[in-house]
Ligand binder design. Structure first.
Ligand code: FE
Length: 133
């Protein structure tokens, strides 16, 4: 992880007590869940998606859509909810999306999303907790 500062800072040891192995690998080690594996792909209820690491509210269900990618996808985050950084890993230049509160890795954002933003926030479901409303 890059060493930017976030409001919530914890050691890897602390995060390991709070996250399960899959969550730790994605959120803290920039991992990617296998596509099609998240139960949140099929979540259609009204509610809010929060960071699975720190509970910070990230997305409203009204901005979720079916991208066909196999990962939960949104066209817009809540205001100020995420921060982005350039990610040059795996021989590609992509825009990484992190929780603005804890710096946890959420996924990437691409410019092939639907109206009104044209953006596709391609998220790892393991990084999100859904709260029905
Ligand atoms: Fe967070």
């Amino acid at each position: 992880m890059a060493n930017e500062k976030y409001p919530v800072e914890k050691s890897d040891t602390e995060w390991r007590t709070l996250l399960d192995a899959d969550q730790f690998r994605v959120l803290r080690e920039h991992g990617t869940e296998r596509p099609g594996t998240s139960p949140l792909n099929h979540e259609k209820r009204t509610g809010q998606y929060d960071c699975a690491a720190c509970g910070h509210p990230l997305f409203e269900s009204s901005t979720k859509y079916e991208s066909g990618s196999g990962w939960p996808s949104f066209f817009r985050p809540l205001p100020g909810a995420v921060s982005t950084t350039t990610d040059s890993s795996h021989g590609m230049t992509r825009v990484e999306v992190r929780c603005s509160n804890c710096g946890g890795h959420l996924g990437h954002v691409f410019n092939d999303g639907p109206a009104p933003t044209g953006q596709r926030y391609c998220m790892n479901g393991v990084s999100l907790n859904f709260e029905p409303k």
